[in-house]
Design a protein around this ligand. Structure first.
Ligand SMILES: Cc1cc2nc3c(=O)[nH]c(=O)nc-3n(C[C@H](O)[C@H](O)[C@H](O)COP(=O)(O)OP(=O)(O)OC[C@H]3O[C@@H](n4cnc5c(N)ncnc54)[C@H](O)[C@@H]3O)c2cc1C
Length: 341
C-alpha cells in the first residue's frame, strides 16, 4: 500500500463553495496505479467512493463518511491528424490551463470555454459549455477506469451520451467509470464561434473586425465578459450556475408566455422550450437576497454565494426556498446543476 490516505480531511479548500465538510478518508491520486490502490483501500474498508476534481461543481451538504479520491494526474500530449490535432489531457489537468496551452500551440475549438474552473476529467461529466460552444463539439474520446471490470477502457464521444449539462457519467449506468484521460479533436485553422451576441457586440465595441477576428481575441473577449459577469469564487465562494435552465413542453411554454410575454426562452430542436433559470429566479425577487451567511449574487441570480462561512445545510435551504418560489409562481421545477453530496 503506497497511496497515502488521510483521515477526517477538510474539503472546504478543495471546493469553490468552501463549505465546511470533512471526508472520513481522503487521498489524492497522481496516476492510474495509485487510483487502483485507492479503490482497493476503499473496497477493503467497505467505503463508498466520491471522485473530486477541482471541486467547482460539487456541493458538500455535510461531511462525507466514505473515501474522497481527488484526481490529480497530469500530462498533455498532441497527435497531429491532418487539419486536426488530437490533444490527450490527463484528468487532473486544470481545464483553463489546457485552453490556454492549446491556444498557445495554435489549436482551436475550445477558446470560448476559457476561464471555466475545474479539471479536465470533470469536463465531460457535465459537458461543459459557454458562449456558444460545448465540449461535445470537440470531444473525441475518453479513457476511463472501469470499476466493474477493473480495466482501462476507451469510450467514444458518442458513448459518453453528452447532452445539455449532462452525460453518461451522471447516470447510474455510467457511475462505475472514472475518467483518467480526455482526448479532444481540435483544429489547426481558426474557426471562431461568434453565435452569442454579447461576444460579437463586445468585439465590435473594441473595434475588432469580425471577418478577421482571431481565436485569441475571442478567448480574451470571453474571459473579460466572464470576469465582469461572474463573481470570483476566491473572493465570493460559489459553484457557478446553481440551477439548470429548465426545459418545458411547448404547450406549457405557450401558456406561460401568455402570462409572462417577457420570459426569456429559446425553442429547442426537439420541440421543447428552454427557459432562463436566471429570469425565473429574478422575477421571484431573489437576486441579491441573503439568507444568513449565504445568498444570491446581486449580478447573477442563479449564482448562490457562501458569503460568510455558511454551512451546506444553509446553502441547500436557500436553494430549496428559491425552487419552491419558482414552482409556486411559474409551475416550473428548477433542477440543481452541481452535484450535491
Ligand atoms: C465561477 C464558476 C463558473 C462556472 N462556469 C461554468 C460554465 O460557464 N460552464 C459550465 O459548463 N460550467 C461552469 N461551471 C461549473 C464547473 O466549473 C464545471 O462543471 C467543471 O467542469 C467542474 O469541474 P471540477 O473538476 O471542479 O468538478 P468537481 O466539482 O470536482 O466534480 C464534478 C462532478 O464530476 C465528478 N468527477 C470529477 N472528476 C471526475 C472524473 N475524472 N471521472 C468521473 N467523474 C468525475 C465528481 O464526482 C462530481 O460528481 C462554473 C463553476 C464556477 C465556480
Amino acid at each position: 500500500m503506497t497511496v497515502a490516505v488521510s483521515r477526517e480531511y477538510a474539503l472546504a479548500p478543495l471546493t469553490t463553495l468552501a463549505l465546511p465538510a470533512t471526508a472520513a478518508h481522503f487521498c489524492a491520486v497522481t496516476d492510474v496505479e495509485s487510483l487502483i490502490q485507492a479503490l482497493d483501500y476503499a473496497k477493503q474498508q467497505h467505503l463508498p467512493v466520491l471522485l473530486l476534481g477541482g471541486g467547482s461543481n460539487t456541493v458538500f451538504s455535510g461531511d462525507y463518511p466514505g473515501m474522497v479520491i481527488h484526481l490529480a494526474m497530469t500530462g498533455v500530449r498532441q497527435e497531429a491528424q491532418g487539419q486536426n490535432c488530437l490533444v490527450h489531457a490527463a484528468a487532473g489537468e486544470n481545464w483553463n490551463a489546457l485552453v490556454e496551452h492549446c491556444l498557445g500551440k495554435g489549436l482551436y475549438g475550445i477558446e470560448n470555454l476559457i476561464a471555466i474552473p475545474g479539471s479536465v476529467g470533470a469536463a465531460p461529466v457535465q459537458n461543459i459549455g459557454a458562449y456558444g460552444v460545448e465540449l461535445a463539439e470537440v470531444l473525441e474520446s475518453v479513457t476511463v477506469w472501469d470499476r466493474q471490470t477493473a480495466s482501462l477502457r476507451q469510450l467514444s464521444a458518442q458513448d459518453c451520451k453528452l447532452a445539455y449539462r449532462d452525460s453518461l457519467f451522471k447516470s447510474a449506468e455510467g457511475a462505475h467509470y472514472i475518467i483518467v484521460e480526455v482526448c479532444l479533436r481540435l483544429h489547426t485553422e481558426p474557426r471562431p464561434v461568434l453565435s452569442y451576441d454579447i461576444v460579437k457586440n463586445t468585439l465590435l465595441e473594441q473595434g475588432v473586425d469580425l471577418a478577421t477576428v482571431s481565436p485569441e481575441q475571442v478567448s480574451a473577449c470571453v474571459a473579460r465578459i466572464r470576469g465582469a459577469r461572474l463573481p470570483n469564487y476566491q473572493l465570493e465562494p460559489n459553484a457557478g450556475s446553481f440551477f439548470k435552465n429548465p426545459l418545458i413542453p411547448e404547450e406549457e411554454a405557450r401558456s406561460l408566455l401568455q402570462r409572462w410575454p417577457d420570459a426569456a426562452h429559446w425553442p429547442m430542436p426537439d420541440g421543447q422550450v428552454k427557459l432562463a433559470a436566471a429570469w425565473l429566479v429574478e422575477q421571484c425577487g431573489w437576486k441579491g437576497q441573503r439568507m444568513g451567511p449565504v445568498g444570491v449574487h446581486p449580478r447573477q441570480s442563479i449564482v448562490l454565494v457562501n458569503y460568510d462561512n455558511g454551512s451546506g445545510a444553509e446553502l441547500m435551504a436557500l436553494a430549496g426556498a428559491i425552487q419552491l418560489d419558482v414552482r409556486e409562481t411559474f409551475g416550473v421545477s428548477l433542477e440543481i446543476e452541481p452535484r450535491v453530496v
